[in-house]
Design a protein around this ligand. Structure first.
Ligand SMILES: C[S@@+](CC[C@H](N)C(=O)[O-])C[C@H]1O[C@@H](n2cnc3c(N)ncnc32)[C@H](O)[C@@H]1O
Length: 280
């Protein structure tokens, strides 16, 4: 996989992200969790890197039709929190793919610790060039990641390609709105590797022209505004750890861009959405 500026920005951003395998382990240790007897019930409180925690996974699982007969793909799986949750709760097999290799290593390690590695597996790969044959999966889902990825036509066509006819594609993402300015896009691209934010309509149009029927499109902006204020507080509570790992300058830059990002949910320049489609 050759590097390009968008990919390098994403992997750089996630290699220095406040949430990491090490931070999850440190937090569990600090909370007195017995790491030699780690269970999914406990880990799921620490390893979800999206908005709305496990309830958001349930909403996506229902939308994507996950059950024990399903083989699902988690596109941009991060540390594998949602994949483990879906496998443990719904009995499906899940393959996760992510661009950032340390995320994939963390996903594998955490899955081994909870003995879920028989139901989930993880691969380094680009969502724009998925390393899977056509129609390999019954369903594909993703959470809070597509905003990092340019060329949405290619992103959607790859997701559609690897899902069987009649299978579901369900995802949540940060959305641009009619008022998102060029300056805001540039700042979020530089600071958070959001390489291409699009509106709900742009996603639904692309899915329909890419061979899918639209099943649902729900605006989550108001819900996420509250969640993001709490997340900003949580990141600020990790200042000591983040400074220890990456330095004060990194923390200050992170804090400034994250506060700006969260504020755009108040100004209306950003929103969020859950989009569900079925391949024809
Ligand atoms: C906010 S995290 C979400 C992780 C996971 N979905 C979760 O909810 O816990 C976004 C993830 O997208 C991944 N990502 C970004 N661009 C990608 C691409 N082009 N292909 C694959 N993964 C990508 C990042 O490496 C990161 O792990």
């Amino acid at each position: 996989m050759a590097d390009n500026p968008a990919r390098t920005a994403v992997t750089g951003f996630y290699e220095a992200h406040p949430i990491s395998e090490m931070q999850i382990m440190d937090k569990m240790r600090a909370d007195g969790v017995d790491l030699d007897a780690l269970t999914q019930d406990v880990l799921q409180n620490y390893d979800q890197d999206h908005y709305g925690g496990t309830a958001a996974n349930d909403a996506l699982a229902h939308a994507a039709g996950l059950d024990r007969d399903v083989r699902a793909l988690d596109i941009c799986c991060g540390l594998g929190g949602p994949a483990r949750y879906m496998a443990a709760k719904y009995g499906c097999r899940v393959t996760g793919v992510d661009l950032t290799s340390s995320r994939v290593v963390g996903a594998r390690n955490l899955s081994r610790m909870t003995a879920l590695d028989g139901l989930v597996d993880f691969t380094v790969g680009d969502a724009l060039d998925l390393p899977f044959a056509d129609q390999s999966f019954d369903a594909a889902y993703s959470q809070e990641a597509f905003g990092h990825i340019p060329r949405k036509d290619r992103l959607i066509s790859e997701a559609v390609r690897v899902v069987r006819s009649g299978g579901r594609i369900a995802f949540t993402d940060i959305l641009a709105t009619a008022t998102t300015t060029t300056e805001t896009r540039a700042r979020l691209s530089d600071g958070m590797a959001f390489n291409e934010l699009v509106t709900m309509d742009e996603y639904t149009t692309r899915l329909e022209s890419g061979g899918c029927e639209l099943v649902g499109a729900e605006d989550l902006g108001a819900e996420w505004r509250e969640i993001l204020l709490k997340r900003l507080k949580m990141y600020r509570s990790l200042e000591g750890q983040t400074v220890g790992r990456f330095g004060q300058e990194h923390f200050d830059a992170w804090d400034s861009i994250y506060a700006f990002f969260v504020d755009q949910f108040r100004t209306g320049e950003l929103s969020g959405g859950r989009i569900v489609a079925q391949k024809r």
